[in-house]
Design a protein around this ligand. Structure first.
Ligand code: SAM
Length: 270
């Protein structure tokens, strides 16, 4: 099986996504979505941004490599009686079957950044966007001190070395890489903007219990614990993450967790 697909099907990202809904809705509300617009959400998971876009009246296609998340997205859409959205399996680095220039807006929030072959991802996003349309990406920033960048950094430190030629997803959080990848897809730098923005994770559980959710359900952290277990370092990893989550928690309600995390918001005019 495709390693990228295996990584995201390993756990159940819906458990993490359920803590991301408010920021997902807020981000989508700022995108100027109008009824009837065509929106593609790449690496959509179970619809944190795709479902709010459909609720604003857009015709939405959500594409994700993880079949369990595609099913979860379709279940959520059905439960909300939304008929203007569908989720299907696909790879952001090869959108075979999707016609050129077919979407007004292509969104990918912490999604396409995880696909291998980032130059292909940029080229595919540009190819399927209508001229005059837009691409919006949310990408975690390497070495940023906030939650997700630190989880991924810590997880990588405990995981086996990646295969030769692997390009870290975090490189999508660097302005120069973003410009280079879109330039190769024919988009000049003046049409690309990158700003730092904040996504807030809100869990009804304590920071320690929230770490457990990542340990049990978030592919990159699950892999790190698998490797740490083999080296007798699982407890060390658990403590490191517990300290991180506790330090970043800004919730004033005992036993709950609220963590703001910084990301790079990329907007591309096509
Ligand atoms: C961190 S989750 C974000 C999900 C969703 N965008 C959200 O904000 O809730 C990353 C998502 O990207 C998907 N993904 C990873 N690699 C992919 C690829 N090559 N093509 C499509 N989706 C991919 C994963 O399956 C997962 O759903």
């Amino acid at each position: 099986m495709n390693a990228n697909q295996a990584l995201w099907e390993k756990g159940d990202f819906t458990r993490i996504a359920s803590t991301m809904r408010q920021s997902g809705e807020k981000l989508v509300a700022a995108l100027g979505i109008q009824p009837g617009m065509t929106v593609l959400d790449l690496g959509c998971g179970d619809g944190t941004t795709a479902i709010p876009a459909a609720k604003l009246g857009a015709n939405v296609l959500g594409i994700d490599i993880a079949r369990n998340l595609v099913e979860a997205g379709n279940r959520r859409a059905a439960a909300e009686h939304l008929t203007n959205i569908r989720f299907q399996e696909g790879d952001a680095s090869n959108l075979a079957g999707i016609e050129d220039h077919s979407f007004d807006l292509v969104v990918s929030v912490f999604g396409a950044m995880f696909a291998p072959q980032p130059f292909n991802v940029a080229a595919e996003m540009v190819r399927v966007t209508k001229r005059g349309g837009r691409i919006v990406m949310g990408n975690w920033i390497p070495n940023d001190p906030t939650l997700v960048a630190q989880i991924l950094k810590t997880s990588a430190a405990y995981s086996p070395a990646p295969a030769e030629g692997f390009i870290s997803p975090m490189t999508w959080g660097m302005h120069n890489n973003v410009l280079e990848r879109f330039a190769a897809a024919g988009i000049p730098a003046e049409q690309v903007s990158c700003i730092a923005d904040t996504f807030v994770f809100e869990s009804p559980k304590s920071p320690t219990a929230f770490v457990d959710e990542f340990r049990q359900y978030y592919g990159p952290t699950m892999n790190a614990f698998d490797a740490a277990d083999k080296n007798g370092r699982a407890e060390e990893l658990q403590e490191e993450l517990k300290a991180l989550f506790t330090a970043q928690n800004v919730s004033s309600v005992e036993g709950t967790t609220t963590v703001p995390a910084t990301y790079l918001r990329v907007s591309v005019s096509v």
